[in-house]
Design a protein around this ligand. Sequence first.
Ligand SMILES: [Zn+2]
Length: 272
Amino acid sequence: MRIAAFMLFLAATIWASATLAREEGLDLPDTVPMPEQRPSEAPRRPGDARPRFPVLLLIPKEDADAAAKLCKAVLDRDKMTAEIAGPALWDNGCGAVGQITISAIKLKDGKQIALRPAALIRCETAEAVADWVREELVPATEAYSGLARIDVAASYHCRPRNNIRGALMSEHGRANALDIRAIVMNDGRRFGVDLRETPIQLLSDLRRSTCERFTTVLGPGSDGFHEDHFHLDLAQRRGGYRLCQWNLPVPPEPARNPQRVADPSTKQQQSP
Ligand SMILES: [Zn+2]
C-alpha cells in the first residue's frame, strides 16, 4: 500500500509540475512521462484476489486539443443543450477524449426535446443522435401529437458487452453508444420497443432511420439483451460492416367474422 500511495503521489506531483510549468510558458514536452511501474501493475502476490482498479491515462496534448476543437464545432452548430465533459481515458479501454453531457436536443423552431437522464456521449456520436432526432424522430412522431422527451436507458458506462464478464468492451465504455428506453409524446403517451400501445408503423420508421444512420442498431430479437430498449452506436468495423438487428412485433391477425363471410348479401356488397 505504501508503494502504491508513493507512486500515485509521484504521478500527481509530475502532472502538477508539468501543468504549472506549461502555464508559466516553460518549454516542456506535450506528454508527461509516466513512472515506469504504475500502481495497478505492481507485482501481486499469488492468491491476491483484490479487485484491480483501472488507472487514468495521461492524454497527449494534441489529442486533447483536436477533440476539444471537434466538440466546440459540434456545440457551435447549436443542435443541443450540452456541457463539455472532461476527457478521461482509462487503461482498461474505457473513456473518451472529446465528450459532452447532453440534456436536450434543440429543434429548428427553438423547442427543446429533453433527454432524461442526460447522456454522456462523445461529440461526433452526440451530433449523429441530434441529427437523427431532428430529421427523423421528430417528423415520425408528428402523427402521434409530437415528441416531447426521450427516456435514456444508458449512455457512457464502463462495462463489457451486455455486462458479460470477459466479453469485449462495449461501445458504451467508449462513450460511443446510446440506449433509448422510450419516447414520450406531447399528449403523454410513452412509446418503446416493449410498450404495447406503440404503433408498429412508428417502430418500423425508427428501425429504418436508425439503421440508415448508425453502424450498430440492436433491438428486440437481437441477442436477448435488448428486449426493453434499443441501442445505437457508431462503432467502426473492418470493411464498413454494419449491424441492424431489431425485430418488429407481429401485427395481430385481422378479426374474422364468419357470419359476414357466410352471409350472401355481404358477398354482393364486395367490390369486384
Ligand atoms: Zn446499449
